[in-house]
Design a protein around this ligand. Structure first.
Ligand code: SF4
Length: 227
């Protein structure tokens, strides 16, 4: 086991307690620094630069987590993109040793790294940004083939997972929403969680239109809305 001091995870922030980010568990969220994508609606812009060390060292984060034993069930790695952290598998191993379960939130940008981490975690949440052939329009250049590859690896792993999509009203319409849902169905997916778009300036949310929901429901039997 690698010593805690020798693990380099750039932590940009911590939510000490959540009931909504890891289903069925009381958890803390560790927000990792850095993401290669630039989604047009990203609300974590302060976490995007990968060259920055982050707010906390892994040593500080781990010592704090030790004080949460018995109070939390799990730890969620979110971001930014947590799979950018090369020593994530070692960090997960240390967290398990302390009795916590582990969840991962990912955009799917690193399918090969995801394959290494999947056997180590209990749950994964994968963002679906758009139809796979239109990802660039949301991510600022990020390729949807990587997200598709990640989804296939999650499905093959048999892990519990959630797919969620932020419904950007400037991008989505019933046609491309239906196309995205059909692509998911063709891979064997049956559920999708829709997250409302939140304006970057005034932080108001915009509800998902009935037409878009109906279009998605043509292909996916379980469509939930997060408010
Ligand atoms: S993948 Fe996530 S963290 Fe990265 S830019 Fe998009 S919304 Fe932000």
């Amino acid at each position: 086991m690698v010593a805690v001091d020798n693990i380099d995870i750039h932590v940009g922030g911590i939510t000490p307690f959540t009931t909504i980010d890891f289903p069925g568990r009381l958890a803390a969220v560790i927000f990792c620094q850095g993401c290669p994508w630039r989604c047009r609606y990203c609300h974590n812009r302060h976490l995007l630069e990968s060259g920055e060390a982050g707010q906390y060292s892994w040593n500080d984060t781990f010592r704090w987590l030790e004080t949460r034993r018995g109070l939390l069930d799990g730890v969620v790695f979110s971001g930014g993109e947590p799979l950018l952290q090369k020593q994530l598998p070692e960090a997960i191993g240390q967290i398990h040793q302390n009795g916590f379960e582990v969840a991962l939130h990912t955009s799917g940008v690193y399918p090969e790294r995801l394959s290494k981490v999947l056997p180590l975690i209990e749950w994964v949440g994968l963002d679906i940004k758009a139809p796979f052939d239109e990802y660039e329009l949301i991510t600022g250049g990020g390729n949807g083939q990587r997200a598709k590859d990640s989804l296939i690896r999650i499905l093959d792993s048999g892990k519990d997972f959630e797919l969620r999509c932020t419904v950007d009203p400037l991008f989505f319409n019933p046609d491309n929403a239906g196309k995205m849902a059909r692509q998911l169905m063709e891979l064997g997916v049956s559920h999708l969680v829709l997250q409302p778009y939140r304006d970057l300036v005034n932080r108001r949310t915009q509800a998902v239109s009935k037409e878009i929901i109906a279009s998605i429901e043509q292909f996916l039997p379980v469509v939930k809305q997060r408010h």
